[in-house]
Design a protein around this ligand. Structure first.
Ligand SMILES: [Zn+2]
Length: 103
C-alpha cells in the first residue's frame, strides 16, 4: 500500500467510509487500486494512477493479474462461485505477485 502522510490522512479501505466526505481516496485492497469515490449514490470510483499529494506512481492494479489467474481456472467473472477461497481474500496477491516482482 502507498505510504505517504498526506494520502494516509484521507484514505479509506474497501468502501468502509464511502459516505465520509473527509475521506477522499478509496483503497481497494483486493486489487490494490486507488480511486476517488463518486458520491452520486452509485458507489463507483475513479481510478487514480499517481498520488495526488506526492506525485509518486501508485502500484499497478492487480485486476488484470487476477483475471489471468481466474482464466487458468476456467473462470471468467469476478463474482463466480467457483473461485477458490484463497482468491476471494483481499490479500490473495501478496504471496503470488510479490514473488513474481522479486520483492
Ligand atoms: Zn503520496
Amino acid at each position: 500500500m502507498h505510504q505517504c502522510k498526506e494520502m494516509n490522512k484521507v484514505i479509506f479501505v474497501n468502501h468502509q467510509d464511502f459516505d465520509n466526505e473527509a475521506k477522499m481516496v478509496e483503497y481497494d485492497k483486493k486489487f490494490d487500486e486507488y480511486g476517488f469515490p463518486v458520491r452520486d449514490g452509485g458507489g463507483s470510483n475513479v481510478t487514480i494512477n499517481y498520488c495526488p499529494w506526492c506525485g509518486k506512481k501508485l502500484p499497478e492494479s492487480k485486476l488484470d493479474d487476477y483475471m489471468a489467474i481466474l482464466e487458468t481456472l476456467d473462470i471468467y467473472g469476478i463474482g463466480d462461485e467457483k473461485i477458490p477461497d484463497e482468491l476471494k481474500r483481499d490479500d490473495w496477491w501478496e504471496k503470488r505477485l510479490c514473488n513474481k516482482e522479486g520483492k
